[in-house]
Design a protein around this ligand. Sequence first.
Ligand code: ZN
Length: 139
Amino acid sequence: LDVYSLSIQVRSGKRIEVKDITEEVQAKLEELGIYDGVLFLFSLHTTSTLILNEGELGLMEDVERWVKEAFTRHDYQHDRIDRNAAAHIAASIIGNSLVIPVERGRLALGTWQRILHLELDGPRMRTLLVKVIGRRKEE
Ligand code: ZN
């Protein structure tokens, strides 16, 4: 087994935004040539999260709406210095990492599962760390 590290940049275009990054992650996996193993995806931020769900456009907009509706207050203590406390709280609950199995050189996702980056305080440039532990195909 070997361990590989790389990063992915995600640019968000609005304050709350769901973006499907599955193809980008799959492309990185193919660059590394890992055939069998585990991929760990980690956001290096406190207001950027990762979710695994359906990449249907309506549902992605529903997730954005749910976040906006659930986090409408701006009177938290942290808002006095940064005005984004709700984004930090949402990120704490949603989580900033995913572990995905790798089978036969592909992300072993279910039929409807997609890797979605959920921006909570954009627009910004975000860096995701990718760690892959696995092995290349035996020749
Ligand atoms: Zn803050």
